[in-house]
Design a protein around this ligand. Structure first.
Ligand code: HEM
Length: 373
């Protein structure tokens, strides 16, 4: 979609899409302004029928909730996961090593974040498959856009969510009685001025983590691998200088961001790029376009493994900046480091690519590669 983003950014940087009944914003400066001003651009998108989450709250509620979950979702809690991320990655690669080929999506990028989040939440290993099925169903899109397919998907999703809620309720009860060293226990414990998280808030937050964190991290790991095979010079460069993996992950978030668009609703009439946006209208910020805006980035259409500075908005910006960014970065760095250390000559096994069928997401359903051990 990137050539199209470029054309739209140049020709109609702020435009109204009659079909989707929504504004589209493509320039870095304009997207930045929108995400920086949550009072004018609200996150209450009315998407969630089952009650709001952090992602769809406005201030001051958002601030309070975010401060509470931050107490549990600490940098230390995330960094402590590094040894586990390493061994899970190694186990996953053990299973394909002798084959000389693997599907990056299926064999590595999908299971890794699911297992990590399961462990972070305190889901025991025996329930992991159950948990994976539920998470998959929760984020699954529809293949064909017919009403029956849509209704079927919604029904499946509702069922998975209901089962997940039941499951987390059980874990919640257990941790209430006997706290463990996991996120659910920390969430139960979190307190600000005597105010604690309600059971419903914790349940909804746990489900948000699955929905917001799994597919996005899958796509980050896949998109980075894809870039290393589409442009072998990148692979050579990070092999020679492994310390560049970190900035390579950042540049992937700019160049192939897993989330390419972020939605808001105007709370009042406001002018952006010379266009008048009316109160109540939807506004879509195209991060995928903003991330390649030449007014912000030198040589924006070129992937620079060591780009500095790199103020991409792949994790959003402002008060809703991705809570899971440290975790996503850590998982991607470790996974790519190990992949590059264990396997050489990673090459795309040419087949046709199937994009994830959502205009807000940039990723593929499968990415087969060959390699040498
Ligand atoms: C918010 C992207 C991984 C949890 C966001 C937002 C973006 C984003 C763009 C802002 C949405 C908005 O402003 O409306 C990504 C990408 C990821 C990733 C590209 C992977 C590469 C994760 C992970 C988790 C997570 C691993 C948790 C385990 C969240 C949460 C929010 C959020 C809870 C809402 C924060 C708030 O509203 O205050 N993410 N995310 N994300 N993300 Fe991520």
């Amino acid at each position: 979609p990137f050539p199209i983003y470029r054309e739209l950014r140049e020709k109609t940087p702020v435009r109204y899409d009659e079909d989707r009944q929504s504004w589209d914003v493509f320039r870095y400066e304009d997207v930045h302004r929108i995400l920086k001003d949550p009072a004018t651009f609200s996150s209450r998108r009315g998407l969630e029928v089952r009650g709001e989450t952090l992602l769809t709250m406005d201030q001051p509620k958002h601030t309070h909730m975010r401060n509470l979950v931050n107490k549990a979702f600490t940098p230390k809690a995330i960094n402590d996961l590094a040894p586990r991320i390493t061994s899970i990655t190694n186990e996953l690669l053990d299973q394909v090593a002798s084959r000389g080929k693997m599907d990056i999506v299926y064999d590595l990028a999908t299971p890794l974040p699911v297992i990590v989040i399961a462990e972070l939440l305190g889901v025991p290993a025996k329930d992991r498959m159950l948990f994976k099925d539920w998470s998959d169903t929760m984020v699954k899109g529809v293949e064909d856009n017919t009403d029956t397919a849509l209704a079927h998907m919604m029904a499946e999703r509702d069922k998975a969510e209901a089962e997940l809620v039941q499951y987390f309720l059980k874990i919640l009860e257990e941790r209430r009685k006997k706290p463990e060293d996991d996120l659910v226990s920390a969430l139960l414990d979190a307190e600000i001025d005597g105010d604690k998280l309600q059971e419903q808030d914790i349940l909804r937050f746990c489900i948000l983590l699955l929905v917001a964190g799994n597919e996005t991290t899958t796509n980050l790991i896949t998109n980075a691998t894809r870039l290393m095979t589409e442009q072998p010079a990148i692979q050579d460069q990070v092999r020679q200088q492994p310390e560049l993996v970190k900035s390579m992950v950042e540049e992937t978030l700019r160049y192939y961001p897993p989330i390419v668009a972020i939605g808001r609703v105007a709370t009042q009439d406001v002018e952006i790029g010379g266009q008048l946006i009316r109160e109540g209208q939807q506004v879509v910020s195209w991060v995928g376009a903003a991330n390649r805006d030449p007014d912000k980035f030198d040589d924006p259409e070129t992937f620079h493994t060591d780009r500095k500075p790199n103020a991409h908005m792949g994790f959003g910006f402002g008060i809703h900046f991705c809570l899971g960014a440290p975790l996503a970065r850590l998982e991607a760095q470790i996974a790519l480091e190990i992949l590059l250390t264990r396997f050489t000559d990673i090459e795309f096994e040419k087949t046709s690519l199937t994009p994830i069928p959502s205009p807000f997401v940039f990723g593929v359903k499968s990415y087969p590669v060959t390699f040498r051990e």
